[in-house]
Design a protein around this ligand. Sequence first.
Ligand code: AR6
Length: 186
Amino acid sequence: MAITLHLGDITADDRAEAIVNAANSSLLRGGGVDGAIHDAAGPALLEECRLIGGCPTGEVRVTGAGRLGARCIIHAVGPVFAGGARGESELLGSCYHAAIEAAAAHGCATVALPAISTGAYGYPLDGAAAVAVGAVDAAMRAHDTVREARFWLFDERAYGAFTVALEALGTTPTRAGAGGASRRAS
Ligand code: AR6
């Protein structure tokens, strides 16, 4: 299994079978990753989200991927950061765990993920990166049909925070060059 890091727009991933969205609990289109995914997928995605009718924080819901090349979109609702004492880390970890579980349930071996909650929801990057990488690593050990988790980081600061988090997990990532990034295999 591998966790790889990629710099840029998650909708540019042309290898992922499932793409994880940083959604809100209404599942109705917002900004950030959510807006980019809806733009790339097209209007059918919003209609499908509307029919689902919402998703609690810490959980995921799965839809088709519209015009995107992936097989499905896994909409994950991260917590709004409110200081850290309101169960934010558990809720964030739960999102990632549920996302990998959903990917496995839908037969997807390669999953693209954003840094959930680190934009509009204000979760500090370093803490979010540690939770994200730890939860995805644990979930992939429990669901070993998911072979690669591809984290898409929007800027160098986020990329750096995830690099440190991967290193803390026990492996030194090495930058693999354009389009690739860093890799952890076990
Ligand atoms: N590809 C990869 N990463 C991105 C992209 C992109 N296209 N766009 C932004 N990021 P956010 P949240 C980074 O705000 O904090 C929406 O309105 C961004 O720099 O997308 O979970 C939803 O509807 C940041 O590091 O998600 C919700 O209401 C990270 O992705 C709310 O925002 C997450 O930022 C969810 O907030």
